[in-house]
Write a protein that binds this ligand. Structure first.
Ligand code: ZN
Length: 251
């Protein structure tokens, strides 16, 4: 297993590559989604391995049914069975329950992990372009503040996702992103007619505006589409697995 960690997060966490699991074919090998066509027993074994890497059993892994929305849910305790069902339909999941690990599944979208050392909470957030412009992370931070967090103490890591090198968009998206985040979010790549967006930069900018110290925000450098170690929805034309990034409430 290959688990990428952020220097700004101190609790157990990790952003996995696709390697180190038991799934085969397009899901080889550490796929963690049962809704892409993979065998559920393989998915359960993969989640078990990831949980073990964080020192937990799979019943401590809380996930959500992700829908590209902005709903924030709380995981209140351990689940049941080898592959606990999702806590609910949401794109951000936080917990204050000691031992629980919250997770986010991605294959190009941004997996974002948040540590709140003051309120002793952690969160996992899923953000594609809809989640970035809808500010699902901002809603998550608002919720954490309601339950004891201090914004200037929060620590946020943005994991491997499609980079500005590969995230081509068209229509009115460039204008919408420029209006929300400023001109720097739009990138033009020589020889490519379409405009590229830097989603991770947009999220980092939103955190700067909220007052998070620069030293508390980390953007991991990997592009999931360029780097074959990761599942990529765009590169694999939709038939691929999902990586499960996790952060555990262990203060
Ligand atoms: Zn790329």
């Amino acid at each position: 297993m290959e688990l990428f960690r952020s220097k700004v997060i101190r609790v157990p966490h990790g952003f996995p590559s696709r390697h180190g699991g038991v799934s085969t074919g397009p899901f080889a090998s550490l796929n963690t989604s049962t809704s892409v066509g993979d065998d559920a027993a393989c998915v359960a074994e993969n989640v078990k391995r990831l949980a073990a890497a964080l020192g937990a059993g799979p019943e401590w892994v809380a996930t959500m049914h992700q829908v590209h929305g902005v709903t924030v849910l709380e995981a209140t305790g351990a689940g049941e069975g080898a592959l606990p069902p999702p806590v609910g339909e949401a794109d951000a999941l936080y917990t204050r329950a000691a031992g629980v690990a919250v997770g986010v599944r991605t294959a190009d979208c941004l997996p974002i992990l948040v540590e709140d050392p003051v309120g002793r909470q952690v969160a996992a957030v899923h953000a594609g372009w809809r989640g970035v412009i809808g500010d699902v992370l901002g809603r998550t931070l608002d919720r954490l503040v309601q339950t004891g967090a201090r914004v200037d103490e929060l620590r946020v890591a943005i994991g491997p996702a499609i980079g500005p090198c590969c995230f081509e968009v068209d229509g009115d998206l460039p204008q919408r992103f420029e209006a929300a985040f400023g001109a720097n979010v739009v990138r033009r790549v020589p020889g490519k007619p379409r405009v590229h967006l830097d989603l991770a930069w947009a999220v980092a900018e939103s955190l700067r505006r909220r007052g998070l110290p620069e030293a508390h925000v980390d953007v991991l450098p990997h592009c999931t589409r360029c780097d074959a170690r990761f599942f990529s929805h765009r590169r694999d034309s939709g038939l691929t697995g999902r990586m499960l990034s996790l952060i555990r409430c262990a203060f």
